[in-house]
Design a protein around this ligand. Structure first.
Ligand code: HEC
Length: 140
């Protein structure tokens, strides 16, 4: 059963396209995380300075980057760790990625509509999703 799950996982990973074949290292993931942290800071500045363009630049980077987050090649090749991702976290990861993208869209729309308070609420929901993964996956 365990072996079977792993095989399915490998097939899924291979099925994920060209980017997967290029490799995803821990350094790549850390860089992606830092990019997202910067994007969140930009969005915060946009909220505080009342600047939609800054917010849009931030949500764009955030949405483009969050979809890249996945197990590293090293984790994929390490049967035990990868199985852990598969069993516990891949579903969660996909869900969180979708939520962050949706909330980023909503944030932008609310702000464009002049509802800065609602936009801020979306902002804090996004951070909540970041922390959800950090707590559940990384046990931070
Ligand atoms: C699917 C899981 C997941 C999500 C979602 C996620 N993170 Fe992370 N984050 C990680 C992992 C795993 C690491 C550790 C990176 C590593 O060492 O490989 C990390 C590390 C970080 C770090 C530390 C990077 C460093 O320099 O060491 C920052 C900052 C960070 N994340 C920001 C964010 C922000 C901001 C968001 C939300 C917009 C976010 N993360 C969402 C999993 C996630």
């Amino acid at each position: 059963m365990k072996k079977r799950l792993f095989q399915i996982g490998v097939i899924m990973a291979l099925g994920c396209g060209v980017a997967q074949a290029d490799g995803y290292t821990q350094a790549d993931r850390i860089a992606d995380m830092q990019k997202m942290a910067q994007a969140m800071q930009d969005i915060q500045s946009g909220l505080l300075y009342n600047n939609l363009d800054i917010i849009k630049a931030g949500t764009k980077v955030l949405k483009e980057t969050v979809v890249k987050v996945r197990p590293t090649d090293e984790e994929v090749n390490n049967k035990d760790i990868y199985e852990k991702w598969l069993n516990n976290n891949l579903k969660m990861t996909n869900k969180i990625q979708k939520k962050i993208r949706n909330k980023a869209d909503t944030l932008e729309e609310r702000f464009a509509d002049g509802d800065a308070v609602q936009a801020l609420q979306e902002y804090s929901k996004i951070i909540g999703q970041c922390m959800k993964c950090h707590v559940r996956l990384r046990k931070w």
